[in-house]
Design a protein around this ligand. Structure first.
Ligand code: F6R
Length: 243
């Protein structure tokens, strides 16, 4: 595990964007695994800036997102498809057909999940996976539990996740209770994993995940075993660890 300590959110975003842009420049046909949420927005902003300057070309890139709420259509303002289109895809030269997110409106759970795993395989796997860290240690929507879930699956969101995500909805009742998420195997099989973490509110869970035991009760802890994992975190997020 490599740790890049940054002074703040902006610096964190730039450092992570550097890693992703190097990937895209060296391998223009890369498969990027992408995340939503507050943490990666600055990374996307930085990549867009470099794209607009002419330094990056996404025309041959494919993307697979980690997760999607069950029940939300792609045009729902809180769907992860809408998030990605708005914050990233519509602002770079990626082909829409090369961007993949589980279909939250399809309730054929087994089909959606096995098709998504099949899709990742058919793309040759993920070259670089970008992650955020959930307040309870989740990655994607792999919530704390008794064991690690391997492949894409439908998950019941925990109370902690519902509370954390209600800020994006008009009321708590509107937060979907289920999501489709890539599994731990999908994430661990990525050639490279980069996680961005910012702010004091993540300090305790960051310490637990990366300086405590590997356990499904803190799903992100499994990344300690990844062959090429880079944690890009700001000073506040690293506030409880001594480096
Ligand atoms: C989003 C995702 C989640 C978030 C996590 C952190 O696609 O998979 O695991 O990365 O909940 O969210 P933020 O960045 O909003 O704190």
């Amino acid at each position: 595990m490599k740790i890049i300590r940054t002074k703040d959110y902006q610096h964190m975003s730039r450092q992570a964007a550097n890693i992703i842009s190097a990937q895209v420049i060296l391998h223009p046909d890369s498969v990027l695994g992408l995340a939503t949420g507050s943490s990666p927005i600055g990374v996307y902003e930085q990549l867009i800036e470099w794209y607009e300057k002419g330094d990056l070309d996404f025309s041959r890139v494919h993307t697979v997102n980690l997760d999607e709420y069950v029940g939300l259509a792609g045009d729902h303002p809180q769907s992860y498809r809408h998030f990605m289109d708005t914050h990233f895809f519509s602002r770079i030269n990626i082909c829409a057909k090369n961007t993949h997110i589980p279909d939250g409106t399809d309730d054929h759970e087994d089909y959606v999940c096995s098709a998504y795993d099949g899709l990742i395989r058919s793309l040759g796997g993920i070259d670089l996976q970008l992650l955020g860290l959930g307040p309870n240690g989740h990655i994607g929507f792999n919530e704390p539990g008794e064991y690690f879930m391997k492949g894409t699956h439908k998950v019941a969101l925990t109370e902690a996740t519902i509370q954390a995500n209600k800020r994006f909805f008009a009321s708590e009742a509107e937060v979907p209770r289920y999501a489709y998420t890539m599994g731990i195997c999908d994430i661990m099989q990525a050639d490279r994993v980069v996680m961005v973490v910012s702010g004091a509110s993540k300090a305790a869970i960051l310490k637990e995940a990366f300086f405590g035991p590997v356990t499904p009760h803190v799903p992100a802890s499994i990344l300690q075993l990844h062959k090429d994992f880079t944690l890009v975190a700001d000073e506040e997020a690293l506030g409880e660890v001594v480096l």
